[in-house]
Write a protein that binds this ligand. Structure first.
Ligand code: N2P
Length: 374
């Protein structure tokens, strides 16, 4: 049995003993989310558990005003942190935003409610490419939110213009020692071990203990030259000059470059983001409703609201991440839509992997990462 499944047994027992499933209307669905929801319906205030700085605050205000509810937001820095918090049960969250592999894990753990498609008419706005993804066939439990890449951004005032577009700028001592103390990596087991695996020429979804051990050793050596492992402020540390080489997510960098630019200063000229030639991660983050969501109908309405064409565009225009919403395209800033770093061309995408659920091996990644960080 998978180790994660074992954690859930006490939670399930508590639910049975305390009779917490009384809201189940007995139609075979799971928990509170089985109550039938109407398009635009609400059943209380929304509690949203999202990555930090991942939604335009104006969209939150607009949702509150449009539906007469309030939204409480809490934030997580990694899929694994989010899982730890929601799998202990009764987290109180309605909507969560897991990445691809984490959707698969949460479905298997029974943590997600099956979506009521009738309550989400704007599902029709999704690009068909995003309606049947491998981690959630037919999108029964999750709705794509944003997608992007993981890579490296550098300060060209420090590294110059001739750097190789390789993970070597972090992992190869000959290249990276020059930036010792000025490098950051994501505080994320699958991302940072994945980067090391790619540099070593392996799949970032390996379940081979020897390959993972090699990646762990490389990351352990790399830890010594890092300023920090950070998933929340890596972009600010770069534009603030505290780092010169940062591993991170595309859109967060671009928003920081955009905010740092003024009439006299074009941050896009000083900083450069690239996906290393060895390849890296392409990810899709998704909205999902927890099986024990206290407000499942407000949650469905929020998902529908985010899938509205103009709201989907506002999300991308704020985040600088690509949208899975085809109807939103006409409202997306053309500079974003035409930016190959945000909407990468096929040949770049072909070199990228989705992080996949490795099943029982997942804990090996977490352990290896904890050890590599020291
Ligand atoms: C939010 C970044 C989330 C992207 N700031 C990681 N999947």
């Amino acid at each position: 049995m998978r180790l994660r499944t074992l954690w859930l047994i006490p939670v399930a027992l508590v639910l049975v003993v305390t009779g917490c499933s009384t809201e189940d209307d007995g139609d075979g669905g799971e928990g509170a989310a089985a109550a039938a929801c109407e398009p635009g319906g609400t059943d209380g205030d929304l509690v949203l558990y999202n990555w930090s700085e991942y939604i335009d605050p104006e969209l939150i205000t607009q949702f509150e005003q449009q539906y007469g509810v309030s939204v409480t937001e809490d934030f997580f820095p990694s899929n694994e942190d989010m899982l730890a918090k929601v799998s202990s049960g009764a987290s109180g969250f309605d909507v969560v935003v897991p990445s691809d592999y984490m959707v698969a894990i949460m479905i298997e753990e029974g943590l997600l409610a099956e979506l009521q498609a009738d309550a989400i008419p704007n599902l029709a706005n999704l690009d068909p490419e995003f309606t049947d993804l491998p981690f959630d066939p037919e999108g029964r439990y999750s709705v794509p939110y944003q997608w992007g890449t993981s890579g490296i951004a550098v300060d060209t005032n420090v590294v110059g213009e001739d750097f190789e577009q390789s993970w070597g700028i972090i992992f190869d001592p000959e290249q990276a020692d020059a930036y010792s103390g000025k490098i950051s990596m994501l505080n994320d087991p699958r991302e940072s071990l994945g980067a090391a695996l790619k540099y070593l020429g392996y799949s970032l979804n390996t379940s081979d203990p020897d390959e993972l051990a090699e990646a762990q050793e490389l990351l352990t050596e790399t830890t010594a030259r890092l300023a920090t492992y950070d998933s929340d402020q890596f972009e600010d540390l770069l534009v603030g000059g505290e780092t010169a080489v940062a591993h991170g997510w595309s859109g967060d960098f671009f928003r920081a470059f955009d905010e740092a630019s003024t009439d006299d200063f074009d941050a896009y000229e000083q900083y450069s983001y690239f996906v290393p030639e060895e390849g890296g991660v392409r990810w899709v983050d998704n909205m999902a409703i927890l099986a024990d969501a206290p407000h499942p109908c407000t949650a469905h309405t929020f998902v529908d609201f985010m899938l509205d064409a103009e709201n989907g565009a506002a999300l991308t225009n704020f985040n600088f991440y690509a949208s899975p919403n085809a109807a939103a395209e006409e409202f997306i800033d053309p500079e974003i839509l035409e930016d190959p770093a945000i909407y990468p061309p096929e040949e770049v995408v072909a070199n990228l992997e989705f992080i996949e659920d490795t099943g029982d091996f997942e804990t090996q990644y977490s352990d290896a990462f904890t050890q590599a960080k020291g």
